[in-house]
Ligand binder design. Structure first.
Ligand code: HSE
Length: 385
């Protein structure tokens, strides 16, 4: 019998408890023995809840119980999620998490502690919700030198951009719809300001290149300033406006960034709408491979957590190997010349792709770092990928 404990019976923790209960026979068949939920750590009142008897208030109850071999951290936030994960690993327990903040900020340290203790720290659910991406990158693509990983990594912002485009509604109205639909948090900053995408692209960069960039060193822009005219410009350019996290490695060095971009119609990421996520990985042997699916939500995310639990319970050994990236390992890539779609309050000596309300939209080739100098009156500028 494999006994587990869930830290935090919120959306993801509740989903894990549901899947463990609903699919218990299937999971037992996969693992070769039953997987039983022994404890739930939560400070809230669960009087009358079917799992009330499993609720404990003190992490030490779980840490002191030798029967518990897997701890699922589904608390969210940095603290005490990081502290409890560290303690659980130090106590010789495997830890599974969906917490991208903790993985992106403390993953290098936690993986090291797991290695020292001979246990595992797994985080399939931290990127792409239910999409299998971590394990495929570690296992299926292991024979590739990965030169690029690029994705729509945040379901909430993709939903907002889709609603703006399809419904012709403003950012504020679409954000309200996302909040009413339960996608966006009441404080939507982590989603709409690109912070969540930034953590996720850092994790993917760690997997791709073996060094984990610190999220606070990454240039991350969000979608608050996106207007309906920007979306119309994207359409005129044959593109879709998407919030994209991108990390690349070449002879010139490594780059990482998060920004709203004009994704060309030929790029498979262009067609990804609503709360879906898509991640494109480019390997030197395989070429391009795309991962697509539900990037958020209770059961999709819990499904990824349960896959990690099953992996540990079966005795698997796959693990990420990365170290914290030394300062200066990554740049924002803005010194390289690239195609941009820009909008100006004046005409250039070239054909505009759109003209309306005294504003003219052009496609130009320029280094991002030179945009403000070359076009000081630029109203909007989006890199085209
Ligand atoms: N807030 C995140 C999103 C949840 O919208 O994608 C999944 O990480």
């Amino acid at each position: 019998m494999v006994k587990i404990a869930i830290l935090g019976l919120g959306v993801v923790g509740g989903g894990v408890a549901d899947i463990i209960a609903d699919n218990c026979k299937l999971i037992e068949a996969q693992v070769g023995q039953p997987v039983e939920l022994k404890y739930i750590l939560d400070i809230r009142d669960f009087t009358g809840h079917p799992l009330e008897k499993l609720v404990v208030r003190d992490i030490d109850t779980i840490l002191a119980d030798d029967e518990v071999s897997i701890v699922i951290e589904a608390m969210g936030g940095a603290h005490p999620a990081y502290d409890f994960s560290l303690k659980a690993l130090q106590a010789g327990k495997n830890v599974v998490t969906s917490n991208k903040l903790v993985v992106a900020e403390f993953g290098a340290e936690l993986l090291e502690v797991a290695k020292e203790k001979g246990v595992r720290y797994l985080f399939e659910a931290s990127v792409g919700g239910g999409i299998p991406i971590i394990r495929p990158m570690l296992e299926s693509l292991a024979g590739n030198d990965i030169c690029e990983v690029c994705g729509i990594l945040n379901g909430t912002t993709n939903y907002i951009l889709t609603r703006m485009k399809r419904g012709g509604i403003t950012f504020d109205a679409a954000l309200k719809e996302a909040q009413d639909a339960g996608y966006a948090e009441r404080d939507p900053s982590a989603d709409v300001d690109g912070i969540d995408s930034c953590r996720k692209i850092c994790i993917l960069a760690g997997l791709a290149f073996g060094i984990l960039p610190a999220p606070e060193t990454v240039s991350a822009k969000g979608i608050r300033s996106v207007t309906l005219r920007d979306l119309a410009d994207a359409e005129a350019a044959g593109c879709s406006l998407k919030l994209v996290g991108r990390a690349c490695s070449s002879d010139e060095g490594k780059t990482i960034s998060v920004a709203p971009c004009f994704v060309k119609g030929t790029n498979p990421l262009a067609g990804i709408e609503d709360v879906y996520n898509g991640i494109l990985v480019r390997g030197n042997a395989l070429g391009d491979v795309m991962f697509y699916g539900m990037g958020a939500g209770k059961l999709p995310t819990a499904s990824a957590v349960v896959s990690d639990i099953i992996d540990i319970a079966r005795g698997g050994s796959m693990t990420a190997h990365w170290t914290a990236a030394p300062e200066g390992s990554f740049t924002d890539g803005e010194d390289a010349v690239s195609e941009y779609c820009i909008r100006l309050p004046r005409k250039l000596d070239q054909a505009a792709i759109k003209e309306a309300d005294g504003e003219y939209t052009y496609i130009v080739e320029v280094a991002g770092s030179m945009l403000a100098k070359n076009y000081p009156d630029v109203i909007a500028a989006y890199k085209m990928i």
